[in-house]
Design a protein around this ligand. Structure first.
Ligand code: BGC
Length: 366
């Protein structure tokens, strides 16, 4: 089926068909539209030409569509969105990739200065904010029929991931979170047992998957009492909780907070076990203030040697870890994270959130 898809594109890569692209005008609410007959991606965008198979949709896309986030490339007034990609290589003159290879594009590119971290390929830790991101900040995204990328920003996926490889980008984000948790953990003897993940959306569920792959006891907490979340958590061999954090009968060694909800963020900081590590991976919208005792929190963190840190994005090393984690995961479980697959001509449906959505995917080739 997939090989047929590739052949259908033909030696011209389907280049005579016109490129469709999902775009927005950054800063303008509800400017989402599907542009037809767009030009082919410019050669300057990269040597590797890719036929899009799918893009995943996340909260960042919704923020961009609401006009709250996002930046068009220099000189343009519209941004092609889509940063969670899956495609098939049509051509790579550099010979790094072969036609037909399954790939995803790395989202972030280093700042041009570059800062000390970007200079060594750790663009996920950019220090000056001048990084760019496909589909988010000053670089065109992947929600178009064909896109280009430089080989060093293309990540090859195992062919087994043809149906679910679009989950690679969110998995790279949690692979980084786990990588940094482990680096911090090794400041002392590191034998974690219990993990709490708050939020059972795609990021939370993928964070839980990587926890179970490490042989840890994983608990996932979310507000939902029905819908697909409890079963998805059970499918990992993890335990689902729909209670307040304070009612949990254990103190986790590791917390990965994926809701960004202010009270949950504070509660997990207080709930972590002595020497526990709390990774904040949920982006809050801000603007809501709550009363809390900062002194008591400081006292608890200091006296128990706890660490709280933020984590966003991922560098190439994390994308590779993520590709390996997905390839060894249960493919049926991964497929069940994708609760809706919408063809690109019905793009507006894809970007309208549904009550039981986990991951919604916009499909290009069919
Ligand atoms: C993406 C990250 C990106 C972040 C901030 C997230 O949705 O997954 O790659 O760095 O948004 O733009």
């Amino acid at each position: 089926m997939i090989c047929l898809l590739y052949r259908a594109a033909g030696p011209s890569g389907g280049k005579d068909e016109g490129v469709r692209a999902v775009t927005v005008k950054p800063g303008v609410a509800n400017s989402l539209s599907l542009a037809e007959d767009q030009p082919e991606p410019a050669p300057e965008e990269g040597a590797v030409l890719v036929e899009a198979l799918a893009v995943g949709i996340c909260g960042t896309d919704h923020e961009i569509i609401a006009g709250d986030y996002g930046e068009a490339p220099p000189g343009a007034d519209r941004l092609v969105i889509g940063h969670e990609s899956l495609g098939r290589v049509l051509e790579d003159p550099s010979g790094t990739l072969q036609p037909g290879d399954l790939v995803a594009g790395i989202v972030r590119h280093p700042d041009p200065v570059p800062c000390t971290n970007c200079a060594v390929g750790e663009w996920d830790m950019c220090r000056n904010g001048q990084y760019t991101e496909h589909g988010i900040k000053a670089l065109p995204g992947f929600a178009r029929d064909r896109w280009r990328i430089e080989p060093e920003f293309a990540v090859q996926l195992d062919p087994v991931l043809a149906q679910v490889g679009v989950l690679l980008e969110p998995t790279s984000v949690v692979a980084k979170a786990w990588d940094h948790i482990e680096r911090i953990g090794h400041r002392a003897e590191w034998r974690p047992q219990t993990v709490l993940v708050t939020g059972a959306g795609p990021i939370g569920l993928l964070a839980a998957l990587l926890g179970t792959q490490r042989g840890l006891t994983v608990h996932v907490l979310d507000r939902a009492t029905d819908g697909p979340k409890p079963e998805l958590v059970a499918g990992l061999g993890a335990t689902y909780h729909a209670v307040p954090v304070n009612d949990l009968p254990f103190e986790p060694d590791v917390v990965i907070e994926c809701t960004g909800a202010p009270t949950v963020v504070l509660d997990v900081m207080c709930k972590a076990a002595p020497t526990g590590i709390v990774c904040l991976a949920g982006v809050s919208s801000g603007g809501r203030s709550i009363d809390f005792d900062a002194g008591a929190l400081n006292r608890a963190l200091v006296l128990e040697n706890n660490v709280v840190f933020g984590s966003v994005n991922a560098n190439r090393r994390h994308w590779t870890m993520a590709a390996q984690a997905l390839a060894r995961a249960d493919q049926v479980w991964l497929s069940s994270l994708i609760t809706r697959r919408v063809p690109v001509n019905r793009y507006a449906d894809a970007y309208t959130a549904g009550p039981d959505d986990i991951k919604v995917v916009l499909e290009f080739a069919s």
